[in-house]
Design a protein around this ligand. Structure first.
Ligand SMILES: *[C@@H]1O[C@H](CO)[C@@H](O)[C@H](O)[C@H]1NC(C)=O
Ligand SMILES: *[C@@H]1O[C@H](CO)[C@@H](O)[C@H](O)[C@H]1NC(C)=O
Ligand SMILES: *[C@@H]1O[C@H](CO)[C@@H](O)[C@H](O)[C@H]1NC(C)=O
Ligand SMILES: *[C@@H]1O[C@H](CO)[C@@H](O)[C@H](O)[C@H]1NC(C)=O
Ligand SMILES: *[C@@H]1O[C@H](CO)[C@@H](O)[C@H](O)[C@H]1NC(C)=O
Ligand SMILES: *[C@@H]1O[C@H](CO)[C@@H](O)[C@H](O)[C@H]1NC(C)=O
Ligand SMILES: *[C@@H]1O[C@H](CO)[C@@H](O)[C@H](O)[C@H]1NC(C)=O
Length: 505
């Protein structure tokens, strides 16, 4: 239907007819000029890069005159090409930048996706005689790349809680990103961790997923610890981070013990059994009490209290009446923690023997009391020995010299209650008076010890005349029941005798 360009005669005739044809077709202006001679198609962009979700703008302008036929946008060339835009396309994402323009065929593709990646060609078709659109001219192509941000990372751990001390794997996944290059880092609190190389897999068209695994040995003090998976990618200004609280999977089983107070107990008194559960996590724990395997009703159910590092502690108490037949009973604290198998902690109920109340009390004495008693005992013994030694020394001195005048009254030695309670058969009292004969002056009696007494018999008060003095010599005044013994220690001597001698001048 196109006019022959070499026939000007026909041109005038055809023109109105042509306009009728061209207008509904919305193809090219200047029809009837020499097609292809000064026609040019400009596709200025060699590369366009957008992030997924953004709008891709593909520029194309034409000038000059060409034969009738549409301008289209194709993605790819040759086999597998895809028409992105022509006058009939209904893809709502694709719009013209300048509607109805006959020169500007720039298109926009909204909400770019990784699958939009490829090379786009702006193509001018010309309709052949047989009504088939044939490629007339194409642009140099625009390479579109759509970078995709990785999805927010997800950290997953074990399905069930894991006991502290065990090793456990955690996984961090993210996907839908492009390009393929991605970095995954792990931190425990702020410390970087060693992890296996991340596994990148292709997922869909031009998008990738990644999975990274790290192994952690759970610790008792990890209740407040967290793992951080950090993802770095060219599309991200700030790395993506996902946190995982280790308390979600950590289990710390309690350590427990049962104590009986007092033990042994007097019959018919109350014993308090205390079950102390230390350092456990999580808090869900149930405590029940058994007496010889049979449940005891407990009024107060105590609640776990939080101690250091987020761990819990629980103290459960039960009071048991110590009737005689309960002697030797086993009191058990049965603990079910975090739906685990029950753990049992036990103590015995001991009733003290009523006959040996005092003795058993003595055995009950704790170590501190025992020590005090031992110290007191030792001190008393040492003191007693010292006194004995001093007395002995004084005595021997008197026997040897007899030169110094002295008077002593020995009283029974007071022994401490701790060492002995029975009465000493050798208990004795004696006096010892020793006055010097040769001296004719008034004696000054020297007090040798606190127990000694002295006697002085004086006939004349005037000390001038030596001849007026009368003196007594009481060598030994000894009153005791037992016969005299030769032992040097006066305390042990059992003799009883008196000797009073008065010498006249
Ligand atoms: C592409 O086309 C649009 C709309 O005509 C225009 O605003 C823009 O400047 C063009 N860009 C280039 C690089 O030619
Ligand atoms: C586009 O692909 C079709 C077949 O799918 C083919 O017939 C046509 O020649 C191709 N066009 C171009 C410009 O490569
Ligand atoms: C890949 O990542 C996407 C987006 O995060 C997710 O929807 C998809 O399930 C992942 N595929 C695989 C096989 O992990
Ligand atoms: C203990 O109590 C029982 C019953 O109440 C009573 O029979 C028994 O005599 C009591 N024993 C003592 C030592 O008090
Ligand atoms: C039980 O709880 C109440 C109130 O808290 C308290 O007065 C009582 O002494 C508790 N009894 C025992 C056996 O702990
Ligand atoms: C603890 O006691 C309960 C009840 O007697 C019993 O079923 C359980 O097996 C015991 N557990 C252990 C570890 O002894
Ligand atoms: C309780 O049992 C212990 C150990 O068998 C025993 O030594 C004690 O005398 C008993 N007490 C009574 C009150 O029977």
């Amino acid at each position: 239907m196109e006019p022959h360009p070499r026939d000007p005669g026909r041109t005038a005739w055809v023109l109105p007819c042509l306009l009728l044809l061209v207008l509904p077709g919305n193809v090219l202006p200047g029809v009837g000029s020499q097609a292809g001679q000064n026609f040019s198609l400009q596709q200025p962009q060699a590369k366009v890069s957008v992030t997924a979700g953004e709008t891709i703008t593909l520029n194309c302008t034409i000038s000059g005159v060409a034969g009738a036929g549409p301008v289209k946008w194709l993605k790819g060339w040759g086999n597998g090409n895809k028409t992105i835009y022509d006058q009939k396309t209904k893809d709502p994402r694709v719009t013209r930048a300048v509607n109805e323009s006959n020169t500007d065929f720039t298109i926009r593709i909204r909400n770019a996706q990784p699958e939009d990646m490829g090379t786009y060609y702006c193509v001018k078709f010309v309709r052949s005689d047989s009504s088939v659109d044939e490629v007339f001219q194409r642009g140099s192509g625009t390479e579109v790349s759509v970078q995709a941000k990785p999805s927010p990372p997800l950290v997953s751990g074990p399905e069930q809680r894991i006991e502290a001390g065990q090793s456990v794997s955690f996984n961090c996944t993210t996907g839908g990103f492009f390009p393929e290059k991605i970095g995954v880092k792990w931190f425990k609190n702020r410390e970087p961790m060693l992890a296996q190389l991340p596994q990148v897999t292709e997922w869909g068209v031009k998008t990738y997923n990644v999975s990274s695994t790290v192994k952690v040995t759970l610790q008792k003090d990890d209740v407040r610890s967290q793992l951080i998976c950090e993802v770095q990618h060219s599309t991200l200004q700030v790395p993506l981070r996902e946190r995982y609280q280790l308390s979600r999977v950590l289990r710390v089983s309690p350590s427990g013990e049962v104590r009986a107070e007092p033990s042994p107990v007097e019959v018919n008194k109350t014993v308090t059994f205390t079950c102390l559960l230390k350092e456990f996590y999580p808090a869900n724990v149930s405590v029940s009490w058994l007496e010889n395997g049979i449940g005891i009703k407990v009024e107060n159910v105590s609640q776990p209290s939080e101690v250091s590092q987020g761990l819990f502690e629980l103290k459960s108490q039960v009071e048991v009446q110590a009737t005689e037949e309960k002697n030797g009973s086993t009191i058990t604290c049965m603990v079910v923690h975090d739906a685990q198998a029950p753990a049992n902690y036990s103590a015995f109920l001991w009733i003290s023997n009523p006959g040996q109340g005092g003795l058993s009390k003595g055995f009950q004495m704790n170590k501190d009391d025992m020590l005090i008693y031992i110290v007191v005992g030792v001190v008393c013994t040492v003191l007693a020995l010292l006194v004995a030694a001093i007395l002995y020394l004084i005595r021997t001195k008197q026997i040897k010299g007899k030169s110094s005048p002295s008077a002593r009254l020995h009283e029974p030695e007071k022994s401490s209650e701790a060492t002995t309670q029975e009465s000493d058969p050798n208990n004795l009292t004696y006096a010892d008076l020793n006055f010097d004969k040769e001296r004719k002056t008034i004696r000054r009696m020297v007090e040798m010890s606190q127990q000694s007494e002295y006697a002085c018999i004086q006939t004349n008060q005037a000390p001038n005349g030596d001849d007026n003095l009368t003196y007594a010599d009481l060598d030994m005044v000894h009153l005791s029941k037992a016969p005299k013994r030769p032992a040097p220690r006066p305390e042990e001597a059992g003799s009883e005798y008196a000797s009073v001698q008065i010498t006249r001048k």
